[in-house]
Design a binder for this molecule. Sequence first.
Ligand code: MTE
Ligand code: HPA
Ligand code: MOS
Length: 769
Amino acid sequence: MKNIDAKTHVSGTSVYLDDIPLIQGTLYGAALGSPVAHGVLHQLQLEEALREPDVIRIFTAADIPGDNQIGGIIKDEPLLASDHVHFCGMPIAFVVARTREAARAAVKKIKADITPLPVITDPREAQAQNQLIMPPRTFSQGDTEQAWRECAHVFAGAVDINGQEHLYIETQGAYVVPQENNSLRVYSSTQGPTAVQRTVSTTLGQPMHRIEVVVTRLGGGFGGKEDQANTWAALCALAAWHLGKPVKYALHRMEDMAMTGKRHPYMADYKIGLDSSLNIIAYEVTFFQNAGAAADLSPGVLSRTLFHCTNSYYIPNVHATAWSCRTHLPPNTAFRGFGGPQGMFVIEAAIAHAARVLQIDAAVIQQKNLIKTGDEFPYGQIAQSEAGACWQKAATLYDATGWKQAVDAFNATHRLQKKGLAFMPVCFGISFTNTMMNHARSLVHVYTDGSVCISTGAVEMGQGVNTKILQVAAQIFSIRADRVKLNPTNTINIANTSPSAASATADLNGKATLMACNAILERLKEVAATALDTKADAVTIVNEQVLVNREPTGWDWQQLVSAAFTKRVSLSEHAHYATPEIHFDTVKEKGHPFAYHVYGTAILEVTVDCLRGIYKMDAVKVVHDFGSSMNPDIDRGQIEGGIVQGIGWMTMEEVIFDKEGRLRSNALSTYKVPDIYAVPEEIVIDALRSTADNLAIFRSKAVGEPPLMYGIGAWFALRNAILQFNPEADIPFITPMTPEKVLMALYSNKEKGIIQQHEATTSHLGIDQ
Ligand code: MTE
Ligand code: HPA
Ligand code: MOS
């Protein structure tokens, strides 16, 4: 089935926040972000800004009637700064004017009197100064201290992983419209309608039932709108509440880039030990998460880093500690993979380090240590593993041996162009790491004409969840897809939702929908059985026809629905689904946190131009564990998008904050994201159809986040290409691997540092000019 949004997307008629027709009298907001990263806020001079034409009012912390608090997990983040500022871009004041231009112009006229304080941007420095979001967490298995003695090889090193700007095409924003009875309707570009509802309710000091949040769809979220849509909704709500007028604020791209948090940068120290047969016996790792100035979702992200610190490998002795470090950057937040990718990069770096010194292919170590069914993850869950199956199939299907030979042959015959190959296995756990969040609801109405509408807490952000939920209803009822419609997500229809995140949206909301549809179906079968004088379990509906003992009855879906209505049988159902089996003990740090794992293996090839340092992605070939995909087209789109986004993070997207905590890469001219030219020339995706039962909807495993991590392989493929040119190259484990870094590495030496290009291309590499 095609994505139900395909036609409106292509014709430009899909509705996003900015497409909502505005009510007459709508006012426009704009936020003043702190110009300094850390300081004491003395006072704001608003007079000049207020004299700007069309300015209505300027709101500050003093105007907040409820709690000036938007922290979701830890209450450490004010909506508007009152006495201190903690990051550049932290909202200080909210201007409301008759036009957007006037609001923005007035923002520039506000003077904030701030005494600067010392700024920390480095997580190791924050940790050394005990600037922590929460106490550190440690996952362990076996006994690393004991295990080092059994190791034939031990390697230690450091890793520095940069962040990533979400760059959803639709920027953050909200539109708040006052309703009767002191209520507000909030249109928000959010992944978490309930989070927005709760934040507006807290800051206004009003009960949640007065706040209705409506989301039709997002122009992308990628985690950036799981928690950080709340701010803009709360600011618009604050103004709408005081003024009794509709208020809208959609951020300018540069405001969005400067004011919102990103993927967490991490630093890490690792130590890996292997026995003489290349089994990884022990692994110790310490993560320093750069949380930014407030907790936001950092504690959750930190836990996923620990859950995925051994990626697809079984390691009997593991000791992993993670520190969430408070710095003066905008609070970093969820981003596709939610801390998992950072954990995986570090183990891949450790393996690459070992392989280089041992002068073998990293793939040998990777393959040897893949986790098997029955092995235990460091957090206690027993693996039901497809890691080996994916690897084997990829190696065979894509002829890894022949491929490597072709790359070697190319490298032997090319002086200034070198190819690199890398394998990237992925293992990603599906479920919110916080067990409590794994539940969802669905409300299904069948109308008397046989058409069906569905409301769930799922937010459509391009990932195709609405199509999948529609498929669930059409399949359970066995009716035409065009009889089913998905409603905009609305907190009045569906309450207390978890955000659409953790790749679990289709599983959770799809299963709730399945339950609701089944409940209605059972009632309809009873109606048919009574009317046709048979038993309910003899009745089935197939392609809109009502069958008894598989024989046509002459009744169709529409007649059945009408009959049920006449008999005063309910044609509506609200169902609740909570993932069974999962649990986790955060004291012991053991349990069974994930409904299941998604596995896969990618093989990546790159070609480096060794004069210029530029490179291209030749191919990414994947075997991905789909379970049994309910929509292969959508899933393929998710994999392609994830791969490109992952490659962008690893190679070209470079978030740069200066020492004063100001974002330097604050526009698309200074922050480079993959465009069509950066997309691998070839992306091949093959499905591992695993038959094992799982808790996914229709056994169709979650696909939203896992493929991003295939992109990590691009970094290691580039490293391998550089080593082909210069076996002595100094290639620190720092991301992203921009062309500048590739160039420096090509002409570097582990002992001597950077060497001259001339020297490198002649004497050092023994190349005859
Ligand atoms: N795909 C598109 N097109 N747009 C998005 O914003 N977000 C990703 C992924 N794929 C995203 C996307 C992230 S971070 C997650 S968690 C999942 O989709 C969320 O949707 P799902 O739970 O339905 O997979
Ligand atoms: N993944 C993504 N988002 C989340 C999670 C998670 O595990 N937990 C809370 N928000
Ligand atoms: Mo995705 S990072 O769980 O929104």
